[in-house]
Design a binder for this molecule. Structure first.
Ligand code: SAM
Length: 220
């Protein structure tokens, strides 16, 4: 099994079940044109998030890490007309591209892009919760803080999804000094120890390589 095979299978899945999508394709093109890194989730992952949000009946979603708004669009499309998604982005250039992409997707009425480091913008969100769904995909070193914040602004039944928790297997290295690995391992420990949460992690391969996500249910 190789990266080439994973990419080809993702292409097969995209052709079969997703196809061309004007707004999402435009978002990726605008992102590339503006020189943003290609670190968005894949199409099949985006559709998976969309399906989770729909199955869950999510009305309030909080996203950490907007980039060009690709995952934002997938998630916001799952919202009812009076639903709301807040997405946190530290880089003003990324946020500017995202705002354009979200508007082009016809979702400006239900999406708010908050510009600034999440640790600085989170305190401005008191009163917005509880959120039904969280998608955490920003700076991994702060993931433990983000998960704790999410738990504090959730309700029983809320779902927290944390991306990139496998990191090509680097998560196994207990002695790692890579801040992203350290943050990821801390999240794992937190999920294991927190009695109010039920969690699993699922490994993934695809056009974005080998990684995985944590799926967390707030029990109480
Ligand atoms: C992996 S990308 C997000 C990809 C996006 N969720 C998608 O799939 O389309 C991570 C984003 O988090 C942003 N970021 C990094 N540190 C951050 C912080 N402290 N607060 C908020 N956003 C941050 C980066 O600028 C980048 O745009």
């Amino acid at each position: 099994m190789t990266q080439r095979m994973w990419t080809d299978v993702d292409q097969y899945i995209d052709n079969l079940l997703i196809g061309r999508d004007e707004a999402l394709d435009h978002a990726l093109e605008a992102s590339d044109k503006a020189g943003l890194p290609q670190i968005n989730i894949s199409a099949s992952q985006g559709k998976f998030l969309n399906l989770i949000a729909r199955v869950h009946g999510a009305r309030k979603i909080l996203e950490f890490g907007t980039l060009a708004g690709y995952s934002t669009i997938w998630l916001a499309r799952a919202l009812p007309a009076d639903g709301k998604l807040i997405t946190l982005e530290a880089d003003p250039h990324h946020a500017e591209i995202a705002v354009g992409n979200i508007a082009a997707a016809g979702l400006a009425d239900r999406v708010e892009v908050k510009v600034g480091k999440a640790l600085d913008t989170l305190p401005t969100l008191t009163g917005e919760g509880p959120f039904d769904l969280f998608f955490i995909d920003a700076d991994k070193v702060n993931n433990p803080t983000y998960v704790r914040w999410a738990l504090d602004h959730s309700r029983p039944g809320s779902v927290i999804i944390v991306d990139n928790v496998v990191r090509s297997g680097l998560v196994l290295d207990a002695g790692s000094t890579d801040p992203s690995v350290v943050g990821t391992r801390e999240v794992g420990a937190l999920l294991a120890a927190e009695p109010r949460l039920s969690a699993t992690m699922v490994q993934t391969v695809g056009n974005k390589g080998y990684d995985g996500f944590a799926f967390v249910l707030v029990d109480s």
